[in-house]
Design a protein around this ligand. Structure first.
Ligand code: COA
Ligand code: AMP
Length: 630
């Protein structure tokens, strides 16, 4: 079947298409139908099924004779170690951890926060929750204690599983003090925490609250897989919205299994026994779908990589991992390739390794710039496939389905809509636009299986953020166009979300932190173009009347405040003091115009601007930071 046939069927006969895909999953009790539209515009898939994610990702492969195959390879150029875990070992470790969690009272539906670096135990913790039907929420290690506290208060976890430390090049990230500060700062207190002590740092445990990973498993009964209903949340993953309060994206169990399984074969062309590597972090959606669940559901081997594209130890690390572990499909963010290209423009490291097993490189997380794609194509000699998706969808909205057929690559486009996604470009009034015209990208409801049914504890926010603007559609928050051949082009966000090194961040959240500085009266944060990271946040601070301290001092404190409150991942290092901010007559800050000035792009003077002279002041301030050069 061609891509066109598969896609057409998914749109004209979604019920038949998705019931057929569901056959690849082991059900405790199979779904009677695929779509449940009773609560439209809130949709659910396979709701009346009974199933367990851990069974499908682990146990069933042992039963099928894959027990001795590697499930996980941990490769850490930071600790100079590599280790493999077979499916049988993984099953036993996960069953034991789940048994210990159960013995301490964790049950189906309880939330468990996981705050761990790139070690196999992070996946084991996720799978142990899945085994019990507990709902995990993984928090990225680069977030500060305050962000962790916000998530604790929203998810209200019974337990938190953390490691003693993470390892960044040249620095140990002390997780335990961050965890302690987060629990102190949160209103909700977990019943207990489980700490995995790493060799590099043994954390001090608090008696009565903290238990050690190994000791608490001692002598417990391993847990069997607990069946859950198809609509049961497999996990909640927080992502940036336009405010400081992150959105808790819910992943429904059954749709997640079916959709990820479909992508492994049809998009990434991976079968049981193959090696798949996504160089991301378990704290992001890519880590959930394609470091943990997707490859394991497919019976493949997944790689947990603790390192960076450059500097651990050099720009050849990725190629070494691909060679040594015989990676077949590789997934990373364009920013990682830009970092490599900057250090090794001629691709000399690539030539040092044998990459014969590599069939394709997949890119996502941010716009893939043509120069980076072309560089990779030229030096790797395999298809470089951009694909577009979001935390909310959990899998690609648009991509090049190489497992069905490799469509011609058009550099700058993540190719075509994936099954079940009826992608359209709309004008401001919600009317579909003709091919080639730029507009808001929306997806006609229902979204396919695996995508978010709603937000955790926030259904009204779900409707407001995604459903209300264009009735009958899901609003992606991205703008772009579709060409005559159905190729999708993603050009920009329509909201205040920025993308820094493939990490999705909220400028609104940074503004809330800056506004909490006692000397700051008003502020704005924008995303400016950056050659390496795609975008960087930049802050503009208006100080309260009568503040006569050196501006540099206030700026330094503000930079420190964002790092302390949001975390190093925000990469907030650029800020300046200005007298006023450019606004419309109704008081709206003209952020988009500020971005254009910073990036040296032409812009039209907004008709509603209150005082055009302010733009010159902004330009001067930007020039002192090395921006706004045309
Ligand atoms: N725990 C703690 N701190 C972390 C962290 C983690 N898991 N991940 C990143 N950080 C810190 C870094 O140490 C750095 O701190 P610093 O300001 O003290 O240097 C800061 O957060 C910013 O990190 P990063 O964005 O990684 O920037 P970098 O300059 O260290 O590296 C790249 C640049 C391009 C190499 C890096 O951003 C990268 O590998 N990007 C790929 C991202 C990716 O895969 N995204 C997945 C989305 S699909
Ligand atoms: P996240 O939820 O962190 O995965 O971020 C999702 C957002 O990242 C999308 O809404 C886009 O703005 C951006 N994004 C992800 N993949 C791509 C891509 N291939 N091309 C352009 N933008 C992308």
């Amino acid at each position: 079947m061609s891509y066109a046939d598969v896609y057409r069927r998914s749109i004209t006969d979604p019920e038949g298409f998705w019931m057929e895909q569901a056959q690849a999953i082991d059900w405790v009790s199979a779904p009677s139908r695929a779509l449940f539209a009773e609560n439209a515009p809130l949709y659910e898939w396979y709701k009346d099924a009974q199933v367990n994610t851990c069974w499908n990702a682990v146990d069933r492969h042992v039963e099928a004779g894959r027990g001795e195959q590697l499930a996980i390879i941990h490769d850490s150029p930071i600790t100079h170690s590599t280790k493999g875990i077979t499916y049988r070992e993984l099953r036993d470790r996960v069953a034991s951890l789940a048994g210990a969690l159960r013995a301490k009272g964790v049950e189906k539906g309880d939330r468990v926060i996981i705050y761990m670096p790139m070690i196999p135990e992070a996946l084991e913790a996720m799978l142990a929750c899945a085994r019990l039907g507990a709902i995990h929420s993984v928090v990225f290690g680069g977030f500060a204690a305050h962000e962790l506290a916000v998530r604790i208060d929203d998810a209200k976890p019974k337990a938190i599983i953390a490691a003693s430390c993470g390892l960044e090049p040249g620095r140990v990230v002390h997780y335990k003090p961050l965890l302690d500060a987060a629990i102190d700062g949160a209103k909700h207190k977990p019943a207990f925490t489980v700490i995995f002590q790493r060799e590099q740092e043994v954390a001090k445990l608090i008696e009565g609250r903290d238990v050690a990973w190994h000791t608490f498993q001692y002598g417990v009964e391993p847990a069997e897989c607990v069946p859950v209903s198809g609509d049961h949340p497999a996990y909640v993953l927080y992502t940036s919205g336009t405010t400081g309060q992150p959105k808790g994206v819910i992943r429904p169990t059954a749709g997640h299994l079916v959709a990820l399984n479909w992508t492994m074969t049809n998009l990434y062309k991976i079968e049981a026994g193959d090696v798949f590597w996504a160089a991301s972090d378990v704290g992001w959606v890519v880590g959930h779908s394609y470091i943990c669940y997707g490859p394991l559901i497919a019976g493949a081997t997944t790689i947990v990589f603790e390192g960076k594209p450059v500097g651990t130890p050099d720009a050849g690390t990725f190629w070494r991992v691909i060679q040594n572990h015989k990676v077949k499909s590789f997934f990373t963010a364009p920013t990682a390739l830009r970092a490599i290209k900057r250090e090794d423009p001629s691709g000399s490291f690539i030539k040092e390794y044998n990459l014969k097993n590599l069939q394709a490189l997949f890119l996502a997380g941010e716009r893939a710039d043509p120069a980076t794609i072309e560089w990779a194509q030229q030096h790797l000699g395999v298809p470089v496939i951009d694909h577009w998706w979001q935390t909310e969808t959990g899998w690609a909205i648009a991509g090049n389905p190489m497992g069905i057929e490799l469509l011609p690559v058009k550099v700058g486009s993540p190719t075509v809509a994936m099954p079940g996604y009826d992608v359209q470009v709309l004008d401001e009034g919600g009317h579909p636009l003709p091919a080639g015209q730029l507009g808001a990208i929306a997806i006609k409801l229902p979204l396919p299986p695996g995508t978010l049914p709603t937000l955790w504890n926030a259904e009204e926010r779900f409707r407001k953020s995604y459903l209300n603007t264009f009735p009958g559609y899901y609003e992606t928050g991205d703008a772009g166009y579709i060409d005559d051949n159905g190729y999708v082009y993603i050009m920009a966000r329509t909201d205040d979300v920025i993308n820094v090194a493939g990490h999705r961040l909220s400028t609104g959240a940074m503004e809330e932190v800056l506004a909490s500085h006692p000397d700051v009266g008003e502020c704005a944060v924008i995303g400016v173009a950056d050659e390496l990271k795609g975008q960087l946040p930049m802050g503009f601070l208006c100080l309260n009347k009568g503040i006569n301290r050196p501006h540099a001092e206030v700026v330094k404190e503000c930079v420190g405040l964002v790092r302390d409150q949001i975390g190093p991942v925000a990469a907030f290092k650029l800020a300046c003091v200005v007298d006023r901010l450019p606004k419309t007559r109704s008081g709206k800050i003209l952020r988009a115009t500020m971005v254009k000035i910073a990036d040296g792009e032409a812009f039209k003077m907004p008709a509603t601007i209150d005082d055009p002279a302010i733009l010159e002041e902004i330009r001067t301030a930007l020039q002192t930071l090395g921006y706004a050069r045309s």
